[in-house]
Design a protein. Sequence first.
Length: 469
Amino acid sequence: MNTGNPDATATEQISDIEDKVTAIREVFASGYSKEYAWRVEQLKQLELLIHEKQNLLLEALAADLGKCKTEAWISELGFVLSDIKHTLKHLKKWMKPRKTSTPVGAQPGKSYVLPEPLGTVLIIGAWNYPFQLVLAPLVAAIAAGNCAVLKPSELASQMSKLLAELIPEYLDTNAFAVVEGAVDETTELLAQRFDHIFYTGGEAVGRIVMSAAAKHLTPVTLELGGKSPCIVDNTANIDVTAARIVWSKWMNAGQTCVAPDYILVDKSVADQLLVAIEKKIQAFYGESAETSEDYGKIINQRHFQRLGSYLENQNVVFGGGQNVQTGYFEPTLVLNPSLDSELMQQEIFGPILPIITLDSINQAIPFVNQRSKPLALYVYTNNDDYAQKVLHQTSAGNVCVNDGFMFMTNPNLPFGGVGNSGMGSYHGRSGFDRLSHLKTVMERSFKFDVSLRYPPFSKLKLSMLKRIL
Ligand code: NAD
C-alpha cells in the first residue's frame, strides 16, 4: 500500500525484492522461457510496446534529457527495434547446436556447442540512454531464453517510471520485473543470487557490482565508460571530419559513453579543424544551440555543476554558455587544457570538447597508450598505413576509422569495453552468446570401444596413443 510517504514506498519495494527475484528464479527453473516460441512472443511484445507507446517514450526522453524526436528515435527506440528485428531474423539459427569436428581418437562421435540460457539476469541501466541501455540487454536476455529483473537508472526518472508501468503491461510478468530506485534498491538487488549481472554505468559502481557478484560467483558484463580519444592527422578531409565529430560529440549534449572525449590533432591542421568544428556546430544547432530543438540538456544539477567546474582556468575558445535553470550547456571547445586538470583526468560525459594539438601525429599513439584503455577510439586520416598503425598499436573497446560511433549501427559487431572501459560485449549474436552458456557436448556411440586408453597401460599402448593424439 502506498501511504503517500515516498520513504515508505521505497522501503516496501526493498522488502519485496527478495521474493520477486525468488519467484522469477522459480519460473526460470520451470523451463518455459527456454522455448523458442516464448522468446519470439516476448520479443514481438517488446516491438509492440515500442510501436504503441512511442509517444509516451519520446515524451519521457524529452522530459529527462531534452532529447528531440529524431535523435530519440535513432538512438533509442529505432535502435532497439532494429536489434529486435535482427534477433528475430536470426534467433532460430543462433539457438541451433554449433557443430564442430571430432578428432580421430573420439570417433565415432559428434561434437558441438549447445547454447543454453543462463537463468535470471539482473540488468542495471544508466541514465544517458535510459531506454536503449535497459532494453537492448533485455533483447539479448530474452533471445537467450532467460528471465530478467530490470533496474533502470533513477536519474532518468520519467523513463524509469514509464518502464515500470509498460514492461508488466507487455511482457510476461512471471518472467520479468522492473525494480525502480537508487542505491538502496540496487544494493538489495545485488545481494540476491542472479545468474548474470549486466551493468551499464560508471567505473566506481562497476567495482561495487563486481564485488557483490563475487559473493555468488555470478558472472558480470560491465559496460563502462572512460575517455575516448579522437585522433585527426593532416591527411584527413577536415570538413567531413568536423561534421562527424560534431554529430558524435554533441548528440545527447555529449552525454554518450562513446562520444569523443578529446581530440588529438596534428598542429598543421589544428586551426582549420577548430574553425570547421565551430562552423558545423552553428550549422547543426544554429547561432545559439539554446534555442535549437535538436540540442539536449544536462541530466541534473550535479552533473551540470561537475561540467561547469571542468571549465575553471581553461582556455575556452568556443561556447561555455550555461543556463542552470534549463540544463542548457553550450557546445564548448577548450584548447590545449592542462593534462593534469580535471577536464583531462575525468571522463567528461558532457558537451565540452578539449582539443590538444600535437607537434607530430606520432605522439598520438603513446598519448593514448599512457592512459586507461578507452571504450572507443576514433582516427580520421586518409593515410591507410597510419590507420592500421593506430589499430594495431593501441587498445580500445571499439574503433571507427573516419567516423564517429557508426559501429553501433551494425548488429553484427559486438559492442563492449576492454580494461577499465568494461568487460563483455553485446548487440546481435554477441548479446545472445553473452547471456547464454555455450555448453560443450560430445556424443559418443557404444560401438568400437577401443581399449587403448584403459589401464593396464603398456609401451605399445603409449606409442599408439602418441600417434593418435
Ligand atoms: P547512473 O548514475 O545511472 O548509475 C548506473 C546505475 O548504477 C544506476 O542504475 C544506479 O541506480 C546504479 N547505482 C548508482 N550508485 C550505486 C551504488 N552505490 N550501488 C549500486 N548501484 C548503484 O550512471 P552513471 O554511473 O552516471 O553512468 C555514467 C557512466 O556510464 C559513464 O562512465 C558512461 O561512459 C558509462 N556508460 C557506459 C555505457 C556503455 O555502453 N559502455 C553506456 C552508457 C553509459
